[in-house]
Design a binder for this molecule. Structure first.
Ligand SMILES: [Zn+2]
Length: 484
């Protein structure tokens, strides 16, 4: 059954559902856009069962229903369009491939927007992504922007299910207020959710569809989040004595302490800055221009959230832009990775053990156990030492599988929004846990409180090209927001 971290996924769906309904109530989304946004919400639980929102039973809170298993063709059908019907068929193939995870949202959008059909009158048509649902809606493609209202041509066999008047652009309302819950104290006080991102959500939703089709009901199991078991106690940690790996006897890994200062730390060298509870070396690699913008990227802090390693692997190989002093730290929690646990080998949530705004949280076995005091864990102490040396200007931390970046204010907020856009993640508030003594609370205080800390929550796994998009986004953000 679902355990603590997985519970959050349903909470995430609830939050997106609520925001979408509120945006619809305010008239910022039309019913087609709102429905599409809601219908694309999915969660695959630990048992491999995929859930979607049951629109027939949802009210103020979403009810969930099991998604029917549907045999999927293994590849996208690629036919030459001979008419609007063929264009529509191709559109649906792309949507299905996206829903199966074979195409990223960006790739699916690119494919959809590239679709064209020229009729016998010489008019060229493309997909109207604003209005397309489970079937494609079409709009005439012109070199110059089309006059409004847009003329719609309906594909042959049946009329489009779009009853709404076309809303060409979403209003430019700046902010949506977000209700703050008692336990939410995340990060630097993010309070606002930008409407634009709801718009992105809805636009992305135009590429998602298939689930509108099926509601057979018969063999579907029904649940709501309120009935999801609230088991937040971690009982999976091994009971056997903790194995200890021997001292690293290779003399080839230099120690952080052997360098007088940051300037003395060489490039392209794996350097040890501490040891984990089970004596695994904690290491980093510096790359790029030692006089450039100092960027620190941490791949893994929660041991069962390892997707960030794909990004740090790329960063080790990619060319570093001329103005970047890159510090790559793949694994801050190697014991957790080995044990496949969120926590370190002492069962402490390292992301609650940092000394800034530390609070006691639960006890041993609680998924967010903060330890017996601030900075009790060797991994955290080592990180603090290293942070003091690096004094990063930009610090990225990767997590899973909450699928979002939390919005922020000011320059931080702009950076988060820009990064989220570049990597195609929704900008949504992180909630559902208690946030004290986190790594970003601490890293924000570095560099005279001027470090920009970015926490990225990937989904369950990385989509095609997502690691590369994140590696690229780091450099794009540095270029745009950190003039050298
Ligand atoms: Zn995490």
């Amino acid at each position: 059954m679902s355990s603590g971290p997985h519970l959050q996924e349903f909470e995430y769906l609830q939050e997106v559902y609520r925001h979408t309904c509120e945006a619809f109530d305010r008239g910022e989304l039309n019913s087609t856009q709102a429905r599409d946004a809601i219908m694309r919400l999915r969660h695959t639980d630990v048992d491999g069962v995929t859930w979607k929102v049951d629109t027939t039973r949802s009210g103020r809170r979403a009810a969930f229903v099991r998604v029917n298993d549907q045999p999927a063709p293994s590849t996208v059908r690629r036919t030459v369009p001979t008419g609007l019907d063929a264009l529509d068929a191709k559109y649906r193939d792309i949507c299905a491939a996206y829903d199966r995870g074979e195409l990223s949202a960006t790739a699916a959008r690119n494919e959809v927007t590239a679709l064209r059909y020229t009729d016998t009158h010489g008019h060229t048509w493309k997909i109207d992504t604003q209005r397309s649902g489970k079937r494609a809606a079409f709009v005439q493609h012109r070199e110059t922007p089309a006059p409004k209202p847009v003329r719609i041509v309906e594909p042959e066999p049946q009329p489009l299910p779009v009853a709404e008047p076309v809303r060409e652009e979403l209003p430019q309302t700046e902010h949506i207020p977000v209700v703050k819950s008692e336990t939410e104290e995340f990060d630097d006080g993010a309070r606002l959710l930008r409407l634009k991102k709801i718009a992105v959500l809805a636009t992305t939703a135009a590429v998602s569809i298939a689930l509108l089709i099926t509601f057979t009901g018969g063999d579907e199991t029904v649940t709501t989040s309120s009935t999801t078991p609230a088991n937040t106690t971690d009982t999976t940690a091994p009971a056997s004595p903790i194995p200890t790996i021997p001292e690293d006897n290779s003399d080839s890994t230099p120690l952080l302490a052997s360098f007088a200062n940051r300037e003395a730390i060489p490039n392209d060298t794996e350097i040890e800055f501490g040891r984990s509870v089970q004596n695994r070396p904690l290491t980093f690699i510096r790359r790029g221009n030692p006089n450039g913008i100092r960027v620190l990227v941490v791949g893994v802090i929660h041991g069962d959230e390892t997707a960030g390693l794909a990004v740090t692997d790329l960063l080790k190989k990619m060319e570093v832009p001329a103005n970047v002093d890159l510090w790559i730290l793949p694994e801050l929690n190697p014991d957790g990775i080995f044990l496949k646990t969120r926590q370190n080998a002492n069962k402490v949530d390292l992301n609650r053990n940092f000394p800034v705004r530390w609070k006691p949280l639960g006890e041993v076995g609680f998924w967010q156990w903060a330890g017996n005091g601030p900075a009790t864990e060797p991994e955290v102490l080592a990180m603090m030492k290293l942070g003091k040396v690096i004094q990063p200007q930009f610090n990225v931390w990767y997590h899973q599988d909450y699928f979002r970046i939390s919005p922020g204010l000011g320059r931080d907020g702009d950076i988060r929004e820009r990064y989220a856009m570049l990597v195609d993640l929704p900008l949504l508030k992180i909630a559902g846990g208690t946030y004290s003594g986190t790594a970003t609370m601490w890293s924000d205080t570095l560099n005279n409180n001027d470090t920009v800390s970015l926490l990225v929550e990937f989904g369950k796994g990385l989509r095609e090209g997502e690691a590369q998009a994140n590696a690229d986004a780091i450099y794009t953000v540095v270029k745009e927001f950190f003039p050298s």
